[in-house]
Design a protein. Sequence first.
Length: 135
Amino acid sequence: MKIALTQSQQRIAPLFDSATTLELYETQGYGKEIQFLGIHRCESGAKESIDTLINLDVKVVICGAISSEYEQLLLLHHIDLYAYISGDVEEVLGGWQMGKLHAHYFSMPGCEHPRHCSHRGNVRRCRNRANRRNI
């Protein structure tokens, strides 16, 4: 499966909507080896980023804050979203690999917990994974 992270200066970009750099990785899942695939520049903004993610068949996006419009587009294309994440790219990848992105350690400043959103069937679900309540 392919994973994309919005990146700015080796850290997770604070806002998906204005991020211009996507780092792409491939893995077989949690706890498996992660292989770096490359960097994609999306200078035209979030819509170009989403088109790139869809065309590259990315299954997981890890980012900072994201507007609801772009969140909905990702979910409609069956892309799992880990939002309101902050930290160094390498640490965040390690956190995802261990299934620990719900930890407060990876939260953006001012956010109690990161969110994991997925599209399963026709129901949009976002979970505050730290305490398993619907948002």
